[in-house]
Design a binder for this molecule. Sequence first.
Ligand code: 13P
Length: 338
Amino acid sequence: MLVSMRQLLDEAAQGGYGVGAFNVNNMEQIQAIMEAARETRSPAIVQASRGARSYAQDLYLYHLMLAATELYPEIPLVLHLDHGNSVETCKSAIDLGFTSVMMDGSLMPDGKTPSSFEYNVGATRKVVEMAHARGVTVEGEIGVLGGIEDGHGAGLDGLSHVTDPEQAAEFVAQTGVDALAIAIGTSHGAYKFAKKPTGEVLKMDRLIEIHQRLPKTHLVMHGSSSVPKELQDIINQYGGKLRPTFGVPVEEIQLGIKNGVRKVNVDTDNRLAITGAIRKVFIETPEKFDPRDYLKPAREAMKKVVAERMTQFGQAGHAGDYQPIPIEEMAKRYAAGK
Ligand code: 13P
């Protein structure tokens, strides 16, 4: 059974830990997350963007996730839509069976142009009404993240639209979102920072202010790959061309988790791990041509990263803490105003 993200995040808040949300496009990535969750006994959030849905096709994705629930019945598992660009995109995900959606109204439906506060509130509130009626969780976003990923993003520097705490409070009050993504200087992709980030560029102080203003809101950190040097080095050692770069240090994420962050989005680190493992096989054994020869090490490399993050975020060991609540029951609770 796929469960609501609201339940996972409420439990995480109670337990004082964070939950990684890992992006997928294919079977191997889902398998890597599920194996890491089993090994570390972690609840798991699997997320798919619009790009992933069109790459894999909705039904393949959904049925792979159902297979995961059958194969790993002990893992509370959420299927979340990452960066829904419109009410219609969120609706199609809910109709398919996603148990959580992000309505990213910080950008217009083109996924590029920063929107007005009024537009964001209006679109997000519509999604909240539609989703809660069906027990589905909603993540909103206020402020604009840096970078572009899968064609989604304003392509701006991470600091141009940092979240304002008062506006965040207004947004939560007017929309009723379950979780709130905030902009504190991070961006999607590998090239986040030119050097190890200081408080000038990674605004953890702002995150803490937002948490103090909204102590009951589950905060979401996007663009939270750490872009470890070891993973960059493997790619470059085997013929890749990554420029030197820095991500979000794990200790900063852990500071966020102490201050209300419950969902931590990670995609790039897994992409790097997969690509490094594949490059290694290609360079070291160019005679090989069975896709399993490189997809197996790739899947293993991603599993290692995911298991490490699950442990670092504190979700490890919490898979068996609670009984999953069916989303139909969540719908009743929303209707009763609980
Ligand atoms: P990274 O590019 O840092 O992995 O961020 C992923 C993300 O925020 C997906 O929404």
